[in-house]
Design a protein around this ligand. Structure first.
Ligand SMILES: CC1=C(CCC(=O)O)c2cc3nc(cc4[nH]c(cc5[nH]c(cc1n2)c(C)c5CCC(=O)O)c(CCC(=O)O)c4C)C(CCC(=O)O)=C3C
Ligand SMILES: [Fe+2]
Length: 343
């Protein structure tokens, strides 16, 4: 039984004074070099000290509420963040006060990895411990990277982007880089972060090819690397790759941020600002494809995750679990309490 839907997101600063404390929350104990933090702070300040992510969560929450109301799903929707106000513990206290005893969680993160999955589960465990007695019981909705409601908006918007680019342009699928060791530990058997992205990208590329009547070339590249240079992270970086493509005479690129569900700071800075500038420098026609955001198909997918009997998925991997199997996405710094999983 479920009394509520809980949107679990990353959080972001809303004004300049929030930026440094937000970055401290995100990077506490993560060993990110100081120069990187100063640089990322500048990305936020350049946008007035405000990340778009909280407004995007408010918009998604409102769209889900409207859809639930229209479809007779009488579940209240709550929202809490890992790293900024509204914090998960505050939301759980509100839910308890409202008489909610159980909730299904939707993470605004679509793929397996410590950063994108288990860290959310650890933060939920910490928030439940902080709230104490009477905190709602939480379960997690299935991973959705291979659901039509997540993939189809990318197909549509990519077809539109290609129509504005020279013939023969390619698809650059972009996701957040992570340490290679984190990918090696992702999912129950390792490597799930990259494998899930490749599966999703393959479905989108095939869908686009079908729509435009010819196969399109594509690859998966990475943005937003942090960490010390000595630590290997997934490569190539999108900027380096755009330079390679220009040298190879590729006529243009559609850039699809498939690692993200909304156009938050990584998208508007790392892609729309930095990667776009790189493309201009090397004279490579560039279009950035929107993320699902509040696309009605994505909102419908959320309702289906809550109410469905039979999961519908695309690609080769097959339906994924909600609550994770034991050993999934290990915390490489050592085990921590986590909810929504066998360990
Ligand atoms: C896989 C992944 C996702 C996708 C899944 C998901 O969506 O959760 C994601 C999302 C996000 N990452 C975000 C912001 C940041 N991530 C950082 C740092 C890091 N991210 C990592 C991974 C991921 N991150 C990693 C391995 C680090 C290194 C530190 C560590 O090992 O933990 C830092 C610190 C500075 C820096 O190092 O860049 C910031 C500020 C925001 C908010 C954006 C906004 O404000 O609009 C969002 C949605
Ligand atoms: Fe991040």
């Amino acid at each position: 039984m479920t009394d509520a839907l809980l949107l679990v997101s990353f959080g972001g600063p809303e004004k300049p004074d929030d930026v440094v404390p937000f970055l401290e929350n995100v990077t506490r104990g993560r060993g990110i070099p100081r120069e990187r933090l100063v640089e990322v702070g500048q990305h936020y300040f350049q946008f007035g000290g405000k990340s778009p992510i909280n407004d995007q969560c408010r918009a998604l929450k409102a769209a889900i509420e409207a859809d639930f109301a229209a479809r007779g799903v009488s579940l209240p929707v709550y929202w809490g963040n890992r790293n900024w106000d509204p914090y998960l513990a505050d939301t759980l206290r509100q839910m308890r006060a409202d008489g909610i005893t159980s909730a299904a969680c939707l993470f605004t993160s679509a793929y397996a990895s410590y950063s994108g999955c288990r860290q959310y589960r650890e933060n939920l465990a910490a928030a439940v411990a902080e709230v104490g007695e009477g905190a709602p019981e939480l379960r997690r909705l299935p991973h959705y990277f291979n659901r039509p409601g997540f993939l189809e908006p990318f197909v549509d918007h990519t077809v539109a982007a290609l129509a504005e680019l020279p013939a023969g342009s390619r698809l650059e699928f972009v996701t957040h880089s992570i340490p290679t060791a984190m990918n090696d530990a992702a999912g129950p058997n390792g490597g799930a972060y990259v494998a899930e992205h490749l599966d999703a990208a393959g479905v989108i590329a095939a869908g686009v090819g079908e729509r435009i009547g010819r196969p399109v070339e594509w690859e998966l590249v990475y943005c937003s690397r942090s960490g010390p240079p000595s630590q290997p992270w997934l490569e190539p970086d999108v900027n380096d790759h755009l330079e390679t493509l220009a040298k190879d005479g590729v006529p243009g690129v559609a850039v699809l941020p498939i690692g993200f569900v909304s156009d938050h700071m990584e998208v508007i800075y790392d892609l729309d600002t930095e990667a776009k500038a790189t493309a201009e420098q090397v004279d490579l026609p560039f279009r950035r494809v929107p993320t699902p955001g509040v696309d009605p198909r994505f909102v419908t997918m959320v309702r289906e995750l809550v109410t469905e009997a039979e999961p519908v998925v695309l690609g080769t991997i097959g339906p994924r679990w909600g609550d994770c199997p034991a050993g999934c996405c290990a915390n490489l710094r050592g085990p921590q309490p986590a909810l929504c999983g066998k360990d």
